[in-house]
Write a protein that binds this ligand. Structure first.
Ligand code: ATP
Ligand code: MG
Length: 632
């Protein structure tokens, strides 16, 4: 079956299509109905079916592949590698579950997990899934305030934290952050379980609240903890969105639909079979980490590789060394990660034996054409841009080599995934936009399996955030898109990232893409700033592949960037000013914080900076703004 037919079936006969896909996972009790859609846009997949994510990810593989590697956790921060077979993973997960049970955690209880990319983070997630507790992993790089916000929203019965994380060799103690978050939270967790790696010894213990994992494990190891069979639509986990555009939303996922979507995506999209290895460079705290460092590969019976460390340490070949060491077939990373490598010696791309590597999937933000071309040529592997959101849990747009490999078009994440009935809608009229015309990317509900079921504790916010933008009931992605004649979709940026220059509406992405085409540019952020005459004008912040200290050279390069945009997109799009900076302000998930850039450029308060990755980048922008533009 070719791609078109595969996708068409998923839309025309969703119940038939998904009933078939559901055979890929284990059901303790079969479902009564494939889809229940009596209360749109809320929907239930596999109603009445009983299953369990942990059983599907671990126990189910014990007979056929108990001695195969399930998880490899590599840390260049601690200099450790842990290789676990499915049997060893099972032991770890059951022991962790025994500790959870001993702490009184049960079905439906929330558990916040605040840990870096270490094996125990995976054990903790799977242990929660085993006993029916709802995990909510909070990215370890978030500060106390972010953690407190999520604690108050999720109301966990237990918080599990590492003693410390580490970044670029610098230890970041988590315990003080946990204590601060518990102090700030209105309803702090009654218990805090610390998984101590010995990185930040001597952490102060709060009596009656703090418990140590190793001690409890020693007491409860070997206890059998049976799998809790959940109805397919019970919550499995919560995951908060990155918060690039505002207060994060608690995306709630189900059990059965998610397991089925994971199983399908592993073979159809990522083309990974049981026994093969997948390496995602994501953090477990993000959607990609949940789906393709933990649940996807394990449900598929594959080997999942988890990496804690920089892409450039000990050198910029580390990712490729890992690929070579474990015969990785499919790698998953982000455009930001590749842009980091772009500033390094490209010889690293050819240093290791990558004969097993077939694909590099990239997601999370727009993959600009120059970056796609650079990595494609450098690696000589198939590079596939895929577009999704925390909300969807798996790709919305992608190519599907496991079904049929369609041609790559650089700049586009490709074609709709199965189950996604996608439209590009004219913002003003709500009508379908013609090919080549810009509109908002929407999904016609019901959302396919795997996508969010609601916003945690807030059905109203689910409706108002996603389903209230058009007369017709449609899920808005809040991203601009264009579909070409062949059905390939191009993402043009977020609907709130639009610059209005004298009545012309320009997407920041188009200008960024054009600026990035300049050979000296590593990365660019474009924002609109208020202008008396034109309403708004675009201004550019860019980093160069090789920093230039000479003001004359900077002026020349910046001027060339302005001309490139004017030549490619027309005079209206010509940036009014170009600022060359050493770093761009980004969220912890590597997304540009255009909102803050814009506020600074307009001399306003940059607003909520709690998701900002590196405060220095913002200081740098302030400095450069005060110094004046490099051109313009
Ligand atoms: P919030 O919704 O809280 O503001 P966020 O949107 O940054 O945060 P995520 O769910 O992590 O949180 O990111 C999803 C968004 O990332 C998409 O809506 C899109 O804007 C962008 N994105 C993801 N993948 C791609 C891609 N392949 N091409 C272009 N944009 C992408
Ligand atoms: Mg979003």
């Amino acid at each position: 079956m070719g791609y078109e037919e595969f996708h068409r079936r998923s839309i025309e006969d969703p119940e038939g299509f998904w009933a078939e896909q559901a055979q890929a996972i284990h059901w303790h009790r079969p479902f009564d109905r494939v889809l229940e859609y009596a209360d749109p846009p809320f929907r239930k997949w596999f109603v009445g079916g009983r299953t369990n994510l942990c059983f599907n990810a671990v126990d189910r593989h014990l007979d056929a592949r108990g001695d195969q590697l399930a998880l490899v956790a590599i840390s260049t921060e601690t200099g450790t590698t842990r290789e676990l077979t499915y049997r060893q993973l099972h032991r770890e997960v059951v022991d962790f579950a025994a500790v959870l049970v001993a702490l009184g955690v049960g079905r439906g209880d929330r558990v916040v997990i605040y840990m870096p990319n270490m094996a125990e983070a995976v054990f903790a997630m799977l242990a929660c899934a085993r006993i029916g507790a709802v995990h909510s992993v909070v990215f370890g790089g978030f500060a106390a305030h972010n953690l407190a916000l999520r604690i108050d929203d999720a109301r966990p019965a237990l918080l599990i934290a590492a003693d410390a994380g580490s970044r670029g060799g610098k230890v970041i103690p988590y315990k003080p952050l946990v204590d601060a978050a518990c102090a700030e939270a209105k309803v702090p967790p009654p218990k805090v379980l610390i998984v101590d790696r010995g990185l930040a010894p001597g952490w102060p213990r709060v009596d009656g609240r703090d418990v140590d994992y190793a001690t409890l494990r020693a007491a409860h190891a070997g206890t059998d903890v049976p799998v809790e069979w959940l109805e397919s639509n019970e919550p499995s986990y919560l995951l908060y969105t990155s918060g690039t555009t505002g207060r994060p939303k608690g995306v709630q996922r189900d059990v059965g639909g998610y397991a089925v979507a994971m199983a399908l995506s592993m073979w159809a999209i990522y083309d990974v079979c049981p026994g093969q290895a997948m390496f995602s460079t994501s953090d477990v705290g993000w959607a990609v980490g949940h789906s393709y460092n933990v649940y996807g590969p394990l449900i598929a019976g594959a080997t999942s590789i988890l990496y804690e460390g920089l892409p450039t340490a000990p050198d910029a070949g580390i990712w490729w060394k890992i690929c070579a060491d474990y015969g990785v077939r499919t790698m998953f990373s982000s455009p930001t990660g590749i842009r980091v490598l772009k500033k390094q010696d490209p010889a690293f791309l050819r240093k290791y034996d990558l004969s097993a590597l077939r694909y590099l999937f990239l997601a999370g933000e727009p993959l600009d054409e120059p970056t796609a071309q650079w990595i494609d040529a450098g690696l000589g592997k198939t590079v596939i841009d895929n577009y999704w959101q925390t909300e969807t849990g798996w790709p919305v747009l992608t190519l599907m080599p496991g079904v049929e490999m369609k041609p790559v078009k650089f700049g586009s994440p490709g074609l709709p995934s199965p189950g996604y009935d996608l439209r590009v809608i004219d913002e003003a009229t709500g009508e379908a936009a013609a090919p080549g015309r810009k509109g908002v990317l929407v999904i016609r509900p019901p959302l396919p399996p795997g996508c969010m079921t609601t916003v945690w504790n807030d059905d109203q916010r689910f409706l108002s955030s996603y389903f209230s933008h058009f007369d017709e009931l449609l899920y808005s992605s809040l991203d601009w898109a264009i579909r070409d004649e062949d059905g390939y979709t191009f993402i043009l940026g977020r609907t709130d990232d639009v610059i209005n220059v004298a009545g012309h509406r320009l997407g920041t992405r188009e200008i960024e893409e054009s600026v990035s085409g300049h050979p000296a540019v590593a990365e660019a952020a474009v924002i609109g700033v208020a202008d008396e005459l034109k309403g708004q004008v675009p201004i550019v912040f860019a980093t160069l592949k090789q920093a230039a200290s000479d003001a004359e050279r900077r002026h020349q390069t910046a001027g060339e960037m302005m001309r490139t945009v004017a030549d490619q997109l027309g005079a209206v799009a010509r940036p009014a000013r170009v600022y060359l900076v050493d770093a761009l302000p980004k969220t912890r998930s590597g997304k540009l914080l255009r909102r803050s850039l814009q506020a600074l450029a307009e001399a306003r308060d940059p607003g909520d900076l709690s998701t900002l990755d590196d405060p220095n980048a913002l200081e740098e922008v302030r400095r450069v703004l005060a110094r004046g533009a490099d051109a313009g």
